[in-house]
Structures are given as C-alpha cells and as structure tokens.
Design a protein around this ligand. Sequence first.
Ligand code: LFR
Length: 477
Amino acid sequence: PPPVSVAAIDLGASSGRVMLGEVGPGVLRLTAAARFGNDPVRTPDGLHWNLLELYRQSLAGLGAAVRLAAETPAGRLASVGIDSWAVDHGLLRDGRLLGQPFHYRDEARGEAGPAIVHDVVAADELYARNGLQFLPFNTVFQLAADPWHRDADRLLLVPDLLAYWLTGVERTERTNASTTGLLDVRTRAWDDELLARLGFARSLFTDLADPGDLVGSLLPRVGEAVGAPGLPVVAVGSHDTASAVVGVPFERPESAYISLGTWGLVGLELDKPVLTEESRLANFTHEGGVDGTIRFLTNVMGTWLLSETLRTWGRDDLTALLAAAADVPADAVPVVDVQDPRFVPPGDMPARIAAWCAEHDVAPPTDAATTVRCILESLAVAYADALATATRLSGRTVEVVHVVGGGSQNELLCQLVADRTGLPVVAGPVEATALGNVLVQGRTAGAITGGLDAMRALVRATHDLRRHEPDRRRETP
Ligand code: LFR
C-alpha cells in the first residue's frame, strides 16, 4: 500500500506539537506543523491548564498540517489523532465545560481525595481492582476531593474533550481511561461497582474506544476552518505514555524503557498484570497500552526538576549548563531523593534541593554546574532503582534500556543512566509519542499492517538511535 499522511496532536505537560506524519511500508516521517508552549494559569482557586489556548493552537496546527499534507505524495490527510498527559479532565453539563480543568500539579488537589477514597475502598482493595500506583492526583482522588462532579453530566479526559470539540462525539479512549483509577484492571471496562461505592454517577462516563477506532469526523465549522471538511478523528493511545511506548524501538523482550519527559516513566511492557502486594508497595502501576498490553511502570521525577530549576534561575542556556555539568566530578555532588513530594509542585527547585540536603546532613551543590550535575546524578540513581525494582517484581530480565522522549536528547543523563544501571542505553526517538500516535493511525488507514513488533521495526528502520555503553566502574551496587 502507498504511504498515507496523518496529523498527530501531541500535548505534553510543558509543550505541545502538531505533527504531519507520513507512514507506510518503509516510511515513517514526521514534519512539525506547529510547536507551542503549555503554560498553566494560576487563579485564586488553583492551578489550571489553559485548555482553550491548547485547543486554539491545536486547530492552527491542524490547519498547517492540512497545508503540509497537500505537498506529500498522499496529497491530503487521512485522519487526525490526539494524545496528552493523563488523569486530568473537564466536567461538562449539557455539553458546556464547567470551569477550567485543574492541573495535576495543583498543590491542594491531592490533599483530601486519597483519605476519602481509602475510607470507602482500602488501598489494597483499590489496587486489586484498578492496578494503579498511588498518585495523589489520580482522577479517582481528584473527583472524591471535589464535589463539582455532582453538577456535571459528563466527564471527558483532556484528549477526549478536544476530540469532542472537534467532532461533537463523546468517547473515552481506553488507555487514558486506565489512568483514572476507575477501570477494572482485568476487564478494562468501567468498574461500575467502584463507581457506585464512591458515589460517582455512572452516566458521567462515556462508552470506551480503543486505539485505532474511528471517533467521528470534524464538525462542519471545524472542517472548514482547518481546510479539511469531514476529516476523520481516530482514537490513538491517547495517554501520551501509551503512544510513547508504541514508539519504543524494542528489539528483544529483555528490554526496559524510560519515557523521559516531565516525568521519567520507568518500566516494562507486559501482557499480564503482576498485581502483588509487593508491586503495590513499590508503587508499580498497570496502565493500559495499545493492543491490550500493560505498562508496568512507576512514575519517577523527569526533566521537570531541571526545567523548573532553569525557570527559577531565569536561564535558558541548557546546552551550556549541561556542558559545565559534564565536567563536574560525580562524587562532588550529593544524590538527593528526587521522589520527595516537595519537588512535585512548581517552584524554586534549587532552594528545595538545598533544604533537602540540609535536612539530610549532606553538603548542597554550590553553583549552577554542580546543581545540574546533582539533579542528573539523582535522576539516574532513581531510574536505576526503579529498573531494579521492575525486574525483581516481574521476574523479567533486562539487558538494554531504551530512553525515548524529549529527555533522550540529554546525552549526559543517558550516559549516567547507563553508568548507574550497568546496562547499555539506546536513546531515541525524541518524538516517540508523536510516532506512536501516527503509527496507530497509519494502521487504521491500512497503510501498514501487523502489531507492535512491526511498528517498532519500522521505527528502527527509519530513525537514528544513539547507544551509550555503561562505564562499569560507576555502577551502583
Ligand atoms: C506523562 C504523563 C504520565 C502521567 C502524568 C500525569 O506526560 O501522562 O504518564 O502519570 O503525565 O498525567
């Protein structure tokens, strides 16, 4: 079959992009149609996503992708697919959004929810039902803490809300639905009994769609505005991490991944859940993947710690800072616990690192270069720990670590991960999420066939990857 052109709208927690993707046998290419920032807005009631701005940028980017597609052999877009960060959602009544969606990093959001939920369903029972790691901002906790859902007749996760604005069709894509905490980990359907016990109306939740399903087509006004009347909207792995893992160029089963963006999502792809008490206590999650796979992973701090540090300093010269950090001897910096909850909300990270060091009787980093090196060493140690835990809990062997996403461009960090794990790191692709989005659409359009293995072989054949060999002297015991 000839290659097709599709558009991928990929919204990350710190930036968004619309990509033109060309996909077919031997072909997998991305061209950026638009890139834009994703800057949350704080109002007196808390930290919000600027969702209207993201929608506006997505539409403008889709229009640009339509124009770019006219220059490709296919001549036009076959479809568009949307992915974003997970968990967050809009509440609607009669099709109207009730307030601006909250940001999962809102400080107050996570406080009350867990206790309310665990009072009704104990943490171990909850894990047995939904398989999710405990993150205080999981949708289930946000809903419990915020009675607003009682005024709503619909809940739509961020990508589904955008798809609704594009098509008028309300659907919930299953990979992202798995992050709500309200899906049954075994059946992957809404857990009706759990909803009832928690007092969430069943009617808030829509029918589920699977990656690859047709959601609908652009509403007439939208189609006209972007220059693509009737363009199909296809469900992809709408949780960005689900799409990113589609784009991991695994070569063999003995492989782990780190999807490295604002979070470092460290784990394995499995075909059956682990669900042991040990996995629960280690905070390992079972998120739904494309083609029925399971992402057995844990959320570790990602590039957020570094980007908030640069923001605090008012600096944007990351390349120069990384070069300076590379010259700092590893033992000259402390290893801080990047999983400390103090690092989750936006704020002055260097001050928080100094405070952590003071509390733990270690000398804090003294300047910009040592601070950056301290952050990278600390991240690498945390990833190595998470990988060791993943292999222990799953009984799987890991011989290579794939790092994908924006953070895979950070060569120093990738090298430190190799050193701290004692394993080779294969870095890239940077745009794994957009590639995963494009691949699923390409399969729906009939341009490629096969399962995840075939998609990953196509990624390997079309993308340059960088390999980092471990320096065994630095391996942590
Ligand atoms: C990554 C991600 C993670 C999810 C976090 C919050 O962008 O989607 O997978 O745990 O954001 O939604």
